[in-house]
Design a protein around this ligand. Structure first.
Ligand code: ADP
Ligand code: ADP
Ligand code: MG
Length: 472
């Protein structure tokens, strides 16, 4: 039985995990750097521990964090996403110190975190992978040779990459030569390893990923797929479950393929198998994320399964409470990442104080946020400050509800991606469920909205307070 969980993260995902703890009767312990003194997760957790002045490095110090977990009597640790969530060292230290790590074993994290190893494992299990180099590239000459074999365009990728960084498309040998050292240095700077590889570029693919759950008793199920094709700079902006671009036969086939991939990896806990689908409907394994994902909320919406609760149960040694054929799927769900960014300025971060915040409500609407009125968004972290998840029984109603919720949500004081998402909802192809990873680039006109938009909640609140003031 898990009684107390240390949450080795911050922001909306820490708040999400605190909620799961509260529902399960588990004590939550938060950590916070000085820069996060005013953060919501600190206020919401049962206990909160300061980890000092280093705003980012503090959340990356595995030894210190596990020491804190032990010292404060935590019997488990949840890594969230980002930070140490894909660092095998954290899982290892937890194992050694008798703190249950809420995620897969360190070996699986290590092998799946290395995209070359992951590709090899998948090939052995007959899961199709994107054609590419067998191993890490030894130099530009080898890269040029392999690219000639598989044909341009190709993708240069950091072997330990994540978060969309260390990925560059090369359309010719000249571009490959130009980009080689750039990607190599990005890989070294961002991930500490000078290892890169090369893959065929699938032109305008769909990003389709499958959520899986695996207990420690050999049971593995999938919770259907998510379509994450709406991206900028290889990072997801909007995600949809299930994908409107798959039929039920393909859906079932892909789900089973992901289960096989997880089996081959010796996977336990929650994870995601990411695939690219090309224009002919062929699927290629891309990578496996060995952690909770940002967009897990849309899967929760269509299945009714609380993925974080399942993660905790699995880490506690429980058997999955359902078989594949008992998992039901209903309706469509969409998630919008509310980023403090200016879409008009190439999605440049826009940090600052939130002067007013309204969370939308109503049926089928969920917000996962780390913000409140008066909150100063610190400039040291990710620009995503909230997520809006909308569910409805069918596609059309989901679009209408999403539009309504985007009009209801209000985040003021910083620029956000909200008005940009309202524009996406107007695009005919999008409304027809047709889009690929080139969508954002193909639609530069989406940033032509007028910056100040009326907000229904805001006008309602102002009208109401005026009326009260005037005694009406
Ligand atoms: P998801 O994979 O959950 O859909 P992202 O790819 O956007 O979402 O990653 C979630 C967060 O984790 C982002 O803040 C991203 O920058 C960060 N992140 C993801 N992978 C890594 C990594 N390998 N190293 C550092 N940060 C990462
Ligand atoms: P990360 O670990 O940063 O999430 P991924 O390997 O998952 O990196 O790739 C991120 C995104 O980059 C994908 O969703 C896709 O849009 C694009 N991408 C990656 N590999 C390819 C490829 N071989 N062909 C086309 N697009 C790709
Ligand atoms: Mg990925």
């Amino acid at each position: 039985m898990i009684r107390k969980i240390l949450i080795a993260n911050r922001g909306e995902i820490a708040v999400r995990i605190i909620r799961a703890c509260a529902e399960a009767g588990i004590t939550s312990a938060a950590i916070y750097a000085d820069a996060d003194r005013h953060a919501l997760h600190v206020k919401k957790a049962d206990e909160a521990y300061n980890i000092g002045p280093e705003s980012v490095a503090g959340y990356l110090n595995a030894h210190r964090i596990v020491n804190l977990a032990v010292a404060t009597g935590c019997d488990a640790l949840h890594p969230g996403y980002g930070f140490l969530s894909e660092n095998p060292l954290l899982a290892e230290i937890c194992e050694r110190r008798n703190v249950r790590y809420i995620g897969p074993g360190a070996d699986v994290i290590r092998s799946m975190g290395d995209k070359i190893q992951a590709r090899r494992l998948m090939q052995e299990a007959d899961v199709p992978v994107v054609p590419g180099s067998e191993g890490n590239l030894g130099g530009i000459d080898e890269a040029l040779m392999i690219a000639d074999e598989i044909g341009y365009p190709v993708m240069l990728k950091a072997t330990s990459g994540g978060g969309g960084r260390g990925i560059r498309r090369c359309d010719s040998s000249a571009e490959l030569q130009n980009n080689y050292n750039r990607v190599l240095s990005e890989a070294t700077k961002a991930f500490g390893r000078a290892e890169i590889f090369l893959e065929k570029c699938i032109v305008n693919p769909r990003h389709i990923e499958v959520q899986i759950l695996a207990d420690t008793h050999g049971n593995i199920v999938h919770l259907f797929e998510r379509d994450c094709s709406i991206q900028r700079r290889h990072q997801k902006l909007v995600e949809i479950a299930p994908s409107p671009q798959l039929d039920d036969t393909t859906r079932a086939w892909l789900g089973n393929l992901a289960v096989r991939a997880a089996q081959a990896a010796g996977y336990t806990n929650a994870g995601t198998v990411e695939f690219l689908m090309d224009r002919d409907g062929q699927f290629y394994f891309m990578e496996m994320n060995t952690r909770l994902q940002v967009e897990h909320t849309i899967t929760e919406a269509i299945t009714g399964i609380d993925i974080v609760q399942e993660q905790i149960r699995i880490a506690g040694g429980e058997t999955l409470g359902f078989r594949q054929d008992e998992i039901q799927r209903r309706g469509y769900a969409i998630e919008f990442r509310i980023n403090a960014e200016d879409p008009k300025n190439d999605f440049l971060p826009s940090f600052g104080r939130i002067t007013r915040y309204f969370a939308p409500g109503g049926p089928g609407v969920r917000t996962d946020g780390a913000i409140y009125t008066g909150y100063p968004i610190p400039p040291y972290y990710d620009s995503m400050c909230a997520k809006l998840t909308v569910w409805a029984l069918n596609w059309e109603e989901m679009l209408n509800r999403a539009d309504r919720a985007l009009k209801d949500i209000g985040v003021y004081g910083v620029k956000t991606t909200i008005p940009y998402y309202q524009e996406i909802l107007k695009v005919a192809d999008f409304r027809h469920g047709r889009f690929d990873t080139g969508f954002v680039e193909q639609h530069p006109e989406l940033t032509n909205y007028t910056a100040s938009r009326p907000n229904r909640e805001l006008s309602a609140v102002i009208a109401a307070s005026l009326a009260a003031h005037m005694g009406m």
